[in-house]
Design a protein around this ligand. Structure first.
Ligand code: DC
Length: 669
């Protein structure tokens, strides 16, 4: 997951390949609550692991549920409708799918069983309405107090009279958030033992497909709700949750929308195949497929899968009532950037009370890219840019804003000149529903190599370039090439094969077929973790010798070039800016006085328990500098267009900041 302050997407050109979707947020949180309330143990498969499910799980644990997870499955021993812990403060982040149903379930349980609970969330959660749900629960006799602003969380739930009034129908508004009705439907079976419980919906019910998910899952847990149209729902007397045993969570249909759109925009050769959700989905957002088709997507589907290719191009503008697909409809607003004409999305007033005011957010950010946007209380109209602009997209702590705007990186397909990168601010907000969204996206997109940014950090031994470059890579969310490790790994492999530097061709052959992988800080040579071995002095000395062999250097060129992948690369070494990436966007030549470098090396050795004399180390470094500078192949020297940084008197943090500032000055945001 990217937890950097921003993530720059280079201009992207094409897409194709297979993605597997994370589990549906709506299904996951409903299943967790139902499993937690049921009698019996439920084994949940393919649950979404994200911010919103984590807060639900933490709350259930707090309430006394026993939960074990192994790999992709989770076992929940349900409470059987009886509170184990009657006093808790629950923090629910910004998860509406946790706040609303938990508030309802705990309200009726405290009313009948006693207890005291406080439910709070992040600031935005305290701005999202819950008054209509509280009003409905108060009709039952539940005691609920607002701890901040009336009508909004945080809430306190207190013990009631020991029973609830269920003889008259419970009335609830349906036109603000369908989650109020979902919350009641999930909670009221808890109090249906002696009489049926009816719910009447006031106002036009929005987002009906989410209610269908709720009803569907209630059936799986033994509750058959009777429904009269969308106005009246009755929970039969004697209803009780029963665990279905095993339950599978299907992939998230809203998350699928980004990949459906991706296929429609950029799958010109092979399709984007989406696994985890398909024709048989119980999620309303699967109907996004129809909207995408109307815009020109070529979609085929089967049970549990979708395949999407580009159909019409440019895309076709549409005028669509999006009440049934409120979340996925945000993706349509970004697809509109690639359409001919004006796209109009209507009946989306609920956008204003979601993770952020989504109508305002989409309008502001689409305009930054150059689009013409008109917004109203419950609609948005988008016409594509005539001139695309590079933009830093503010994401408002809203996962969907971050995910749908990543699609703007395909602007060159809409003839943006020049192709424009897109900056996504606070990319970690995708963690709400799709923590590895960007990694998944990057696994199925392509671009021209010259469009992928490279930052080269060259310099002499012990200049700190490795530490600085790796920290810069981390700060930017870019790939990292430690070219010294590539030479060291070649040296290790050569030593193991019994070769000497005199066997130049044999070493070069070995270099050309080196099975080397860098993954999350580990370095694997033919599958074996070798990070520590590579730091060995003997390996370093062999690396120094074989790195002077021209055929070895050229044999390792391809391998080093292959690190240049979306979203970008930070490469460190002796010749990154001069030989391997001469067109790098920024070249930094990092150096420090021989005295300072000797001091740093000395410290490193002492830490490792190796004694050494500073004077000797300094003499060694000076000799090595002279050798490196004067060798005929790839001599150590700054590229002509490199910026020099003498970091003799700078800390690592200062050097990193200096490089990041220099990088920022070259970017167009
Ligand atoms: O940076 P380092 O100490 O890990 O590098 C190991 C050896 O490889 C060192 O002798 C320099 C050499 N090298 C090179 O010649 N070119 C590079 N791009 C990186 C390292």
């Amino acid at each position: 997951m990217y937890s950097t302050p921003f993530l720059d997407l280079p201009p992207l050109l094409k897409a194709g390949g297979t993605v597997r979707l994370p589990g549906s947020k709506s299904i996951s949180n409903r299943v967790l609550l139902l499993a937690g309330l049921s009698s019996g143990t439920t084994v949940v498969h393919d649950l979404l692991d994200s911010d919103d499910t984590r807060v639900m799980l933490a709350s259930l644990r707090e309430l006394g549920c026993e939960i074990d997870s192994t790999g992709q499955t989770l076992r929940i021993a349900g409470l059987g409708g009886r509170l184990k812990n009657r006093d808790a403060k629950l923090f629910l982040g910004n998860a509406g799918t946790a706040m609303r149903p938990l508030a309802a379930a705990l309200a009726v349980m405290t009313a009948t069983q006693g207890g005291r609970f406080e439910l709070s969330g992040v600031q935005r959660m305290h701005e999202r309405p819950i008054g209509d749900l509280v009003d409905a629960l108060r009709q039952l006799g539940c005691r609920i107090d607002y701890l901040g602003t009336d009508g909004y969380p945080p809430l306190r739930l207190s013990a009631g009279s020991g029973s609830v009034r269920t003889t008259a129908p419970i009335r609830v508004r349906g036109d603000v958030s369908s989650q109020f009705l979902t919350a009641l439907l999930l909670a009221l079976p808890l109090v249906s033992a002696t009489s049926p419980v009816a719910i009447e919906v006031e106002g036009e019910l929005i987002s009906k497909p989410y209610i269908e998910i709720t009803l569907n899952l209630l059936t799986r847990f033994g509750i058959e709700v009777q429904r009269d149209g969308w106005e009246r729902f009755t929970i039969p007397q004697g209803s009780a949750y029963r665990s279905p045993g095993d339950i599978h969570v299907e992939g998230d249909a809203s998350s699928a929308s980004y990949f459906v759109a991706l296929g429609a925009i950029a799958a010109t050769d092979s399709p984007i195949r989406i696994e985890g959700v398909g024709l048989d989905s119980i999620q309303g957002d699967i109907r996004f497929v129809e909207a995408a088709r109307a815009m020109g997507a070529n979609v085929s589907c089967g049970p549990g899968w979708l395949e999407v290719k580009r159909g019409a191009w440019p895309l076709k503008a549409i005028d669509l009532d999006c009440n049934n697909i409120p979340d996925a409809a945000m993706t349509l607003a970004v697809m509109a950037l690639y359409a001919k004409g004006t796209t109009r999305l209507t009946n989306i007033a609920s956008w204003r009370v979601k993770e952020t005011d989504r109508i305002a957010a989409m309008a502001t950010e689409l305009r930054k890219l150059g689009a013409t946007v008109t917004e109203g209380a419950d609609f948005i109209e988008v016409s594509p840019p005539s001139h695309w602009r590079a933009a830093a997209i503010h994401t408002y702590d809203d996962h969907r804003v971050a995910m749908c705007f990543s699609l703007a990186a395909f602007n060159s397909l809409a003839r943006a000149k020049p192709p424009t990168p897109v900056r996504i601010l606070d990319p970690k907000c995708v963690g709400k529903t799709f923590p590895h969204y960007f990694e998944t996206l990057f696994s199925v997109v392509e671009t021209d190599t010259p469009l992928i940014p490279v930052l080269a950090v060259d310099g002499p031994s012990s200049s700190g370039k490795g530490t600085v470059a790796s920290a810069v890579a981390q700060a930017l969310g870019y790939h990292f090439l430690d070219s010294g490790a590539v030479y060291r790994a070649t040296a290790l492999a050569a030593m193991r094969a019994g070769l000497t530097p005199a066997d130049e061709h044999a070493v070069a052959l070995l270099a050309a077929t080196l099975d080397l992988a860098f993954e999350d800080g580990s370095i694997r040579l033919a599958g074996e973790e070798v990070s520590d071995l590579l730091r060995d002095e003997a390996v370093g000395s062999m690396a120094s010798k074989i790195s002077a062999l021209p055929t070895v250097r050229s044999a390792l060129r391809e391998l080093q070039l292959s690190f240049r992948k979306v979203p970008g690369l930070v490469a460190d070494g002796r010749d990154m800016g001069t030989v391997i990436f001469p067109g790098a966007d920024l070249k930094v030549f990092l150096t420090a006085s021989a005295a300072k470098r000797a001091e740093r090396r000395h410290k490193q050795l002492i830490l490792k328990g190796i004694s050494a004399s500073i004077d000797n180390l300094r003499a060694d470094l000076e000799a090595r500098d002279a050798r490196d500078q004067n060798r005929t192949v790839a001599p150590l020297k700054p590229a002509q267009d490199a910026v020099l940084l003498d970091n003799s008197d700078l800390s690592i943090e200062d050097s990193v900041k200096w490089v990041l500032d220099a990088w920022e000055q070259r970017r167009s945001f």
